[in-house]
Design a protein around this ligand. Structure first.
Ligand code: HEM
Ligand code: NAG
Ligand code: NAG
Ligand code: NAG
Ligand code: NAG
Length: 325
């Protein structure tokens, strides 16, 4: 075999490193806009904190929006694109129940276009704003966000069913849905902790109360007194009323979701499913310790925020988040 020359070895190593970092979403980096838009992260935080202060529900809106964005075509802000006459976009899928906060992201985008035109992607704005919204309660960033994402040019409502898990999913389906995105069972349990804030519509769980197996029965894995409480709020056909997922602390980012879950008070079938697997159940128990949940949540959010990202010259930097250029 011929020996590689020094420069060939160098080129080989460069290519190998580049390939490796693409595969691991490693081309995202800390403070990607340090030179091109030094105020970017401050602008996102200022506007997000101002809006969250007046509207605490925005925290849950952003968190869920970021999850939906990343699971469908990667974190490319495809969730923000409006439908057109010829295209039904992701945000107009039936699974979009209660997505909101789009106008705040446009406000941030417009401030950033004033400060540094054509530079900061909507995908990075959504990722940063989500971190900042969750962190508002602590007045300091709860995890580090790597940046350098670019915006996608495709958004299809028809992509949703195959990529977003349903609240009636069992453990096997949840595990493979997360695995398809490069996420582990550990990430699945940790990220389900997002349900420690926010609201759910009655129809996303009411079959558990009224007709679990089609025999007019109740889900035996749901705490009976919690079921009675929920029946007092949701009639069998109600699809408009909403309920806090972490009863009594739905705007507080804490480990309440996990303590509730250990008492069989997870709201969805997909929440309760985390107790049906021994490994997952052990993680649920660990995450009732709040400090552990916070640490693990930041790490899993970083991984979720790197799913199938567009970087380099892929995609585009949108001028407004609701429309491709
Ligand atoms: C594990 C699979 C998951 C399923 C099946 C699921 C399903 C749902 C459903 C059905 C709702 C209620 C929507 C409504 O009725 O308006 C909801 C709400 C929510 N989800 Fe998930 N979710 C999952 C994972 C996640 C993840 C990974 C996050 C973020 C880390 C997240 C964050 C949220 C938040 C914050 C809300 C509340 C939204 C609001 O208040 O408007 N979910 N989820
Ligand atoms: C959700 O989709 C429906 C159509 O299926 C649409 O009427 C509604 O405006 C969408 N909601 C949001 C928040 O985009
Ligand atoms: C989980 O749900 C899937 C899809 O509905 C189904 O095919 C599968 O049999 C279920 N698995 C278990 C263990 O119940
Ligand atoms: C329960 O589900 C079964 C099977 O889907 C259906 O035939 C029945 O009408 C339902 N009962 C109620 C009370 O909704
Ligand atoms: C997207 O649709 C929303 C709601 O219909 C509208 O307020 C917004 O201006 C639209 N954005 C763009 C960029 O067209």
């Amino acid at each position: 075999m011929k020996k590689m020359t020094g420069s060939r070895v160098f080129v080989f190593l460069m290519v190998a490193t580049a390939l490796l970092s693409v595969c691991h979403g490693g081309v995202l980096r800390k403070k990607f806009y340090r030179k091109t838009c030094p105020s970017a992260e401050t602008i996102v935080q200022d506007i997000t904190w101002k809006r969250v202060a007046n509207n605490p529900e925005l925290v849950a809106k952003f968190l869920r929006m970021h999850f939906h964005d990343c699971f469908v075509r990667g974190c490319d802000a495809s969730i923000l694109i409006n439908s057109t006459a010829s295209n039904t976009a992701e945000k107009d899928s039936p699974a979009n129940l209660s997505l909101a906060g789009f106008e705040v992201l446009e406000e941030i985008k417009s401030a950033l276009e004033n400060a540094c035109p054509n530079t900061v992607s909507c995908a990075d704005i959504l990722t940063l704003a989500t971190r900042d919204a969750v962190s508002f309660q602590f007045k300091k960033p709860l995890w580090e966000v790597l940046t350098g994402r670019r915006d996608g040019r495709v958004s299809l409502a028809s992509d949703i069913p195959a990529n977003l898990p349903s609240p009636f999913s069992n453990f096997t389906t949840l595990k493979s849905g997360f695995s398809n995105k490069g996420l582990t069972v550990h990430d699945l349990v940790v990220l389900s902790g997002g349900h420690t804030i926010g609201l759910a519509h009655c129809n996303t769980f009411s079959p558990r109360l009224y007709n679990f197996t089609g025999k007019g029965d109740q889900d035996p894995s749901l705490d009976p007194s919690y079921a009675t409480f929920l029946k007092g709020i949701c009639s069998p056909t109600d699809s408009t009323t909403t309920v806090e997922m972490d009863q009594g602390s739905g705007t507080n980012f804490d480990s309440g979701y996990f303590t509730g879950l250990t008492k069989n008070k997870g709201l969805f079938v997909s929440d309760a499913a985390l107790l049906t697997n021994k490994g997952a159940r052990n993680i649920v128990n660990e995450l009732t310790i709040q400090a552990d949940f916070f640490t693990e949540f930041g790490q899993s959010m970083k991984r979720m925020g790197a799913i199938d990202v567009l970087t380099g010259t892929a995609g585009e930097i949108r001028k407004v988040c609701g429309k491709i250029n």
